[in-house]
Write a protein that binds this ligand. Sequence first.
Ligand code: CU
Length: 153
Amino acid sequence: MSSPPSSHAYGIGVIALIIGMSVSLVFYTSFYVPESLAKPSVSEHILNPEKDLIIEIVPGAVIEGNENYVPNKANALLNVNNKVIWKNLDDTPHTVTPDHRASDRYSGDFGSSGVVKPGENYEFLFTEPQEIHYHCEPHPWMTGSINVEKSRF
Ligand SMILES: [Cu+2]
């Protein structure tokens, strides 16, 4: 005795539905969830700004009273020059250390993890507006600020 065709089709339909739901659940938990938790979506223009903003740690920066981070109060615009590069042109290692913990949702924690050696750079891609005051860990009289704003166009 075989069951009537309609009941058989119904059974296949239920199985298909269960398989479909399981596949979606697996997809959701293994691809969609980790992807959305990983990083906020950031526009291409912010990820690849037209220009870099260069802040020089000028020669002689180590000496108290001299200029150190130049420009000292820097302004960056999102979409324009939100990638900021500190270049150590001095002959002493320096750091770029935030006065208070600062981070960017995309780029993570701000600040050079160790020293920036003479001739080396520290760069940070800002993807959201914020103002950071920073200093040099071994030479705390060296201070500067970076202000990141939205561009108006
Ligand atoms: Cu220093």
